[in-house]
Each structure stands twice: as structure tokens, then as C-alpha cells.
Design a protein around this ligand. Structure first.
Ligand SMILES: Nc1ncnc2c1ncn2[C@@H]1O[C@H](COP(=O)(O)OP(=O)(O)OP(=O)(O)O)[C@@H](O)[C@H]1O
Ligand SMILES: [Mg+2]
Length: 273
């Protein structure tokens, strides 16, 4: 299986990375895909939002998995992977992962420890989604080095220009130096308040500034208090508010993401001919 590995990254905090990771992941599972979510944030927000309110009580988390790779110790098949009732698997994270940033500094192949871990599990999955912490540190570099695709959530409320530039530089550097397969799927506008023109202006500005290089997803995720509630519920927006506009948004995003995949497959096939 040619596993699609999608990293959700933006070093700006609170832009909807975790919400997108959980709901795109569950959206893909509902579309019949075999999905593993990786919590790459020591805060464990993805882990918490998928029904594990105390990540530090879990017996095995991503820092243990990456530690095994660092120490060259074996992992049992599927070790530490949790199952969510809505059909996705999860490699959780807890605060111990913050120590990994430090351990990686002097490690051999420090940028590819996560990739090496994913190599041991990816045979089981069609899609792996990685949630990043809000930084461009070693963990995010590991997530970019492990992926073939990146989605960049941008909160429509602020002008993101400068931070975005820095993120794109990091992505390009990883692509050049470590991972030539890496492609930016697109910028995803999140928490869009349709009562104002602001989101439209920002979307227009983003398309104007980056549109020639980077796709801005046609799907925009609307702002809704229902989306805020889900993390406490441990469920997706599809279970919490199936007929709401955020569920519709993530359903549309799921379709855009799978469509991109098919287009790329087609163009690869035609190049191969
Ligand atoms: N569409 C939405 N409408 C309203 N609130 C939302 C929406 N999406 C996410 N939120 C809320 O906004 C906050 C930030 O979202 P989220 O945790 O997904 O962002 P993040 O980029 O992962 O943050 P961090 O950088 O801290 O990891 C959360 O409280 C979340 O519940
Ligand atoms: Mg987060």
C-alpha cells in the first residue's frame, strides 16, 4: 500500500491543526480509508480530544515509540496504538515528548526518527496524519521529513503573512535536504466567520500572494461553537453535530484531499506511460 502521510503544520498556535487532524482523519475513515493519527504535540491535544483526557497516564506514547527507534530497540506490531470508536487509530502523545526535542539534538539521523517509526507501522494504513505542535522545532521537522504531503491551517482572523513565509521556508528546506517527495497540499482557512468580509479578504490576499505556488483549499472551515465542544466530548464533529456546517466543511475537505490524491496518481501514471 502506498501510504499517504499528511502533516498538519503551522507554528502559529490555535489555528485549528488538531481539530483538522482529528476530523479529516475521521472523515477519511468514514470514506473507507485505513487511518492512523499521530499526536506530535507534547501537549497531547489530539490525544485528549480523542477521548484520553490524561495522556500522561497512558502506558505507551509517541516518545516511547521514538525512543525505541533512537535506542535501536524493537517494537511489537502495533505497540501502543489506540483505537477510537469512530474508526481511526491513534499513536498518542504526552508531555514526555517534549524531552524528545532535546534527545534528538545529538542523535544520529535526528530528522528521520519519526519517519523510521512510521516505516514500522505504515503497512497497515492507507493514510497517516500527523498533528504538530505550534513550533518549527525538531518534532515538526521530523513530521515534515516523514510526510509526503503538508496541510497548513490558517485562521482566517489574522493576517498570517510573515509566519507563513517562515513555515514555507522550513518546508522547502526539508524538501531540498531530506525529503524530496514532500508536497504542500494547500492552505486551509479555518474558523471562518461568514458574517464578516474578513475571511474573504484574507483568502483573496492569500491567493494573490501564494496562489501561483500553493493551493488554497476551496473548502473553508466555518467558525462554530459546536467545533469548540468536541474536544471535551472525545468525538469528531461528525458524531457531535453531524448536520452542522463544520461537519460539512470537514466532509468537503476530505473529498478535496482524496481528489488531490487521485489527480496525482493519474499524472504519475501518465508520466510513467
Ligand atoms: N471551526 C472552529 N470553530 C470554532 N472553534 C474552533 C474551530 N476549530 C477549532 N476551534 C477551537 O479553536 C481552538 C484551537 O483549535 P486547535 O486546538 O485545533 O488549534 P491548534 O492549531 O491545534 O492549536 P495549538 O497550536 O495550540 O496546537 C480550540 O479551542 C478549538 O476547539
Ligand atoms: Mg494542536
Amino acid at each position: 500500500m502506498n501510504t499517504q502521510i499528511i502533516t498538519i503544520a503551522n507554528q502559529k498556535g490555535g489555528v485549528g491543526k488538531t481539530t483538522t487532524c482529528a476530523n479529516l482523519g475521521i472523515g477519511l475513515a468514514q470514506a473507507g480509508k485505513k487511518v492512523l493519527l499521530i499526536d506530535g504535540d507534547p501537549q497531547g491535544s489530539l490525544t485528549i480530544s480523542l477521548g484520553h483526557p490524561q495522556p500522561d497516564k497512558l502506558p505507551f506514547t509517541l516518545s516511547d515509540a521514538m525512543g525505541r527507534i533512537l535506542m535501536d530497540e524493537p517494537l511489537k506490531p502495533g505497540e501502543g496504538i489506540l483505537h477510537h470508536p469512530e474508526g481511526v487509530d491513534l499513536m498518542p502523545a504526552d508531555i514526555q515528548l517534549s524531552g524528545m526535542e532535546v534527545s534528538l539534538v545529538n542523535a544520529m539521523s535526528r530528522e528521520t526518527i519519526l519517519r523510521q517509526y512510521l516505516d514500522t507501522v505504515k503497512g497497515q494504513y492507507s493514510h497517516i496524519l500527523i498533528d504538530c505542535q505550534p513550533s518549527l522545532g525538531m518534532l515538526t521537522v521530523n513530521a515534515l521529513a516523514a510526510a509526503n504531503r503538508v496541510i497548513i491551517p490558517v485562521q482566517a482572523e489574522y493576517l498570517p503573512a510573515k509566519g507563513l513565509e517562515q513555515l514555507l521556508q522550513t518546508v522547502n528546506k526539508v524538501k531540498r535536504q531530506i525529503n524530496p517527495k514532500l508536497q504542500i497540499d494547500g492552505i486551509l482557512l479555518t474558523m471562518v466567520d461568514n458574517r464578516t468580509n474578513f475571511a474573504k479578504e484574507i483568502a483573496a490576499l492569500l491567493r494573490e500572494t501564494y496562489g501561483s505556488k500553493i493551493k488554497v483549499f476551496a473548502t473553508e472551515i466555518p467558525h462554530s461553537v459546536r467545533a469548540k465542544e468536541i474536544s471535551a466530548e472525545g468525538k469528531s464533529i461528525f458524531a457531535h453535530d453531524p448536520n452542522g456546517k463544520v461537519a460539512e466543511g470537514y466532509k468537503n475537505l476530505t473529498q478535496e484531499v482524496t481528489k488531490l490524491e487521485k489527480q496525482r496518481e493519474k499524472s504519475r501514471a501518465s508520466i510513467g506511460r
